[in-house]
Design a protein around this ligand. Structure first.
Ligand SMILES: [Zn+2]
Ligand SMILES: [Zn+2]
Length: 691
């Protein structure tokens, strides 16, 4: 049979070379060989779009087969070449959006009802796990790459160029499920599977397909905060855990692929290697964004991603790529910095954004920072600053850029011992790597770094605690007993009230309680922020254990926090006196006591002073509880002290904690003096940092 196309379309075909015209008419009569020849000549034609009606007619002429059998071989082959032709025409558009919208509308959007069943057919039969028979009938050949290409590219063109396509992708769950199945399949493919018979030796195919997948995934989630199809993604991937691992694996593979891409001979838009690199850098940035969106959208996924090593993965991508991404801009060999550089910069932007986001939102943000420091965050930040040729607007850089934001926020985490443990070695590595020359080219970054560096040096000194502090030795809490526990001993009894004091036996616990712990317990309880955690409904309603994890981090850091608190008092005594006078002058005449608050949730550390009564109303963070239960009455201060009570504010994850002075609590309960002598903290024989 001869396929029907309109007279106008038939006339238009007459402008094509004669040979092509002959092949077209053969194809319209059902010749697979002629259709193949038409498709392989597409790139030489001036206006290949004239052939679209021919391809559409092929797909329209035959019903999609239910199964593979010898009699449908020609139908399948005709469909394969027709789909391939449509994809090729769209692919040749590059990024030409003006031209693209109309063309993709004609080629794909208006024929979607026709194309999609064929896409499903090729996906089901030729992509793993395929339903095709083990031995294919004679004359049938569809490679994995071909099936993948005609499965993914129409969708990708539709979303890239048309609004209606993006809408479809965001709302149609059948298409989403179809797409995410492809997403899982691409993850499982080996690089051999990506071989294209028409482009042998093209090493970028897998990277390009992956980049495409990531960009499409982001389209799916874009602008639809309420309707994230995380459940669809998860069911395609086989559950939340496989979904999260898959997202991470994509990032790792893409980072590796971008770093292995051939070096473009000319860095200009027209160069194929250069444009592949740009596409893949964009894909990598999207892969990171996609992971972040998943974490945001699926319950518990953010924490799962962190547990699976997302911070390490993201920093690995930056570390593996920074040179590849930025060197041309640094040495001025980038012919078109306006084209390639923003795409490459975007990878860094997304990576730092993800780390910043995790640092502020993860339950255990101290672990996030600790891991980030361990896996080279500081080195990455100092290497990837802007270069003078990039001509950045420094004011905006200060406000918008995530590397700058990260540096600004880092020091407020230096109060946690877990962070300090990683900070020392990280600083050593930065020194050894000699990054000053590179980093100082970015004046904003450099200025901030110096402030971070000096904060880091001050705070790491607090970590080098004097030996023999009872709190650190985990001594039995009974005043008449001297049994000691190793730091990681979990067998010793622990007081269930303060969770700080330990005992070797029940009888020691009883002794301690009667000889004063009854009172100290409440003080310690407030000093680790436990009362406040119970005030936060989130912890009561769904996740009672998470509050404990937060508190544990504060608890472990108490000696450090106590030291910083005392150090600040020593350093800034004049400021405290001034604050006291102004607060006293402003307050009504009363016998009220004064609370000084050391705010460690910001850097530089801030000091605030309130009357005791006012402090109860400050900030809505449950402050009154810090001093309730008669704790305030237990604290007596010397006459010349300009304050009565000390509160310390710290931030961990999303929550703020207001602590009763750890220095006072530890001192009263354990005789743990905070150790200022002659204005110095660092004792003569500082303990070496553990590696
Ligand atoms: Zn004991
Ligand atoms: Zn206790």
């Amino acid at each position: 049979m001869t396929l029907r196309i309109s007279a106008r379309e038939r006339d238009a075909l007459k402008t094509l070379p004669r040979l092509i015209q002959r092949k077209v008419s053969g194809a319209l009569q059902g010749s697979v060989e002629d259709l193949r020849a038409v498709v392989s000549s597409l790139n030489q034609l001036r206006d290949a779009t004239l052939l679209l009606p021919v391809f559409h007619a092929q797909l329209e002429a035959y019903p999609v087969p239910d199964a593979i059998s010898p009699d449908v071989v020609p139908v399948i082959m005709l469909a394969k070449f027709s789909m391939g032709g449509i994809v090729q025409i769209c692919h040749n558009l590059g990024n030409n959006v003006t031209l693209g919208e109309r063309l993709v509308h004609d080629a794909v959007a208006s024929k979607w009802e026709l194309l999609f069943p064929w896409m499903q057919f090729f996906s089901n039969n030729f992509l793993p796990p395929s339903q095709r028979p083990p031995v294919l009938p004679h004359g049938l050949s569809v490679s994995t790459y071909e099936a993948l290409r005609i499965t993914v590219h129409p969708l990708s063109a539709l979303c890239q160029f048309t609004k209606v396509g993006r809408q479809l992708m965001r709302t149609n769950s059948t298409i989403q499920a179809f797409f995410f199945r492809a997403w899982v399949i691409v993850d499982g493919l080996k690089s051999d599977d990506f071989a294209d018979p028409l482009r042998p030796g093209d090493k970028n195919l897998s990277a390009l397909i992956r980049a495409n997948m990531c960009s499409l995934s982001v389209t799916c989630l874009d602008d639809t905060p309420g309707s994230l199809p995380a459940s669809i993604i998860a069911s395609a991937a086989g559950g939340t855990f496989p979904m999260a691992s898959l997202a991470l694996r994509y990032i790792r593979r893409m980072a590796r692929e971008v770093s292995n891409m051939p070096e473009p001979r000319v860095r200009a838009r027209e160069n194929i290697d250069f444009s592949s690199m740009t596409v893949c850098a964009t894909g990598l940035a999207q892969a990171i964004l996609f992971m972040q969106s998943l974490g945001d959208g699926a319950d518990g996924c953010q924490e799962l991603l962190l547990q699976l090593g997302s911070i390490r993965t993201v920093l690995y991508a930056v570390a593996a790529l920074w040179e590849r991404l930025l060197t041309p801009a640094l040495n001025g060999s980038d012919n078109e910095p306006d084209v390639g550089l923003p795409a490459r910069r975007n990878v860094l932007y997304m990576a730092y954004r993800y780390i910043g986001y995790s640092m502020n939102c993860a339950d255990d943000s101290a672990s996030v920072i600790s891991q980030a420091l361990q896996y080279g965050l500081l080195e990455c930040l100092l290497r990837t600053g802007t270069s003078p040729v990039e001509r950045v607007d420094n004011v905006r850089r200060f406000e918008d850029d995530h590397d700058i934001q990260l540096l600004k926020e880092l020091p407020r985490f230096f109060v946690f011992s877990k962070v300090l443990r990683s900070l020392g070695p990280a600083l050593q590595r930065v020194n050894q790597a000699g990054l000053a020359a590179r980093a100082s080219k970015d004046p904003i970054l450099w200025e901030l770094w110096q402030s971070v560096d000096s904060a880091a040096r001050v705070f790491t000194n607090f970590y080098e605690l004097p030996e023999g502090v009872p709190f650190y030795r985990y001594q039995c809490g009974s005043p008449t007993c001297s049994v000691e526990f190793p730091e990681d001993d979990i067998t010793a009894f622990r007081c269930s009230g303060c969770l700080l004091t330990r005992y070797c036996s029940k009888s020691c616990q009883k002794d301690a309680w009667e000889s004063g712990h009854r009172i100290h317990c409440r003080m310690l309880h407030s000093a680790v922020g436990q009362i406040l955690v119970l005030c936060i409904p989130k912890f009561i309603s769904d996740m009672p254990t998470q509050g404990n994890r937060d508190v544990r981090e504060i608890r472990k850091s108490l000696p450090v926090i106590a030291m910083i608190q005392s150090w600040i008092f020593d350093e800034r005594l004049d400021e405290i006196k001034t604050l006291y006078h102004s607060t006293r002058d402003a307050a009504e005449a009363s016998n009220d006591r004064y609370v000084i608050e050391v705010d460690l949730s910001v850097y530089p550390v801030e000091l605030n002073m309130y009357t005791f009564r006012d402090y109860s109303h400050v900030g809505g963070i449950g402050s009154p509880d810090t001093f309730k239960h008669g704790i305030a009455d237990l604290v007596t201060t010397s006459k010349d002290s300009p304050y009565d009570l000390v509160a310390v504010k710290v931030r961990l994850g999303r929550e703020y904690y207001s602590l009763f002075s750890p220095a006072a609590a530890l001192d009263i309960a354990f005789g743990w003096a905070s150790g200022i002598q002659g204005g110095r903290y660092i004792h003569d024989n500082p303990r070496a940092l553990e590696p």
